[in-house]
Write a protein that binds this ligand. Structure first.
Ligand SMILES: [Zn+2]
Ligand SMILES: [Zn+2]
Length: 134
């Protein structure tokens, strides 16, 4: 009797290894969705990830130019941030590094103003995004 039981258990285990057609290589996101900064596929939903990497992060490069960086939720900076937002719609720019320090001190460096103007932002009389600048 004991033997019979152990045989039964063994055969159960033998059936266990799944043959449940797990051939789904679709976890890879399209290249366009990989984070431009850390090159990881989204951990969040594709929609959230798209919003994350759509966000513009500005910093001043060593050469003194404005650089636009993009991050996903996993690699974005979490401190030393400042924000500039359109007064009309709230569309915002995230600022990092030295640029954040400048804006935190209420200074808008000329290079930033130049970049904003080139992108269609208008800093006067209130900051407005390209959709709302006049
Ligand atoms: Zn990333
Ligand atoms: Zn706006």
């Amino acid at each position: 009797m004991d033997q019979d039981e152990s045989v039964t258990q063994l055969s159960l285990f033998e059936q266990a290894p799944a043959d449940a057609g797990q051939r789904i290589p679709e976890q890879r996101a399209p290249d366009a969705l990989l984070c431009p900064s850390c090159h990881r596929a989204p951990a969040s939903s594709p929609e959230q990830h798209a919003r994350d990497i759509d966000q513009q992060w500005l910093e001043i490069t060593a050469a003194g130019q404005i650089a636009v960086r993009r991050f996903c939720a996993a690699c974005q900076p979490h401190h030393g941030l400042e924000f500039l937002a359109c007064e009309l719609c709230g569309l915002d720019l995230f600022l990092i590094g030295e640029l954040a320090n400048e804006v935190a001190a209420d200074r808008l460096p000329t290079v930033l103003l130049t970049w904003l103007a080139a992108e269609g932002w208008n800093p006067h009389p209130v900051l407005t995004c390209p959709s709302h600048a006049r």
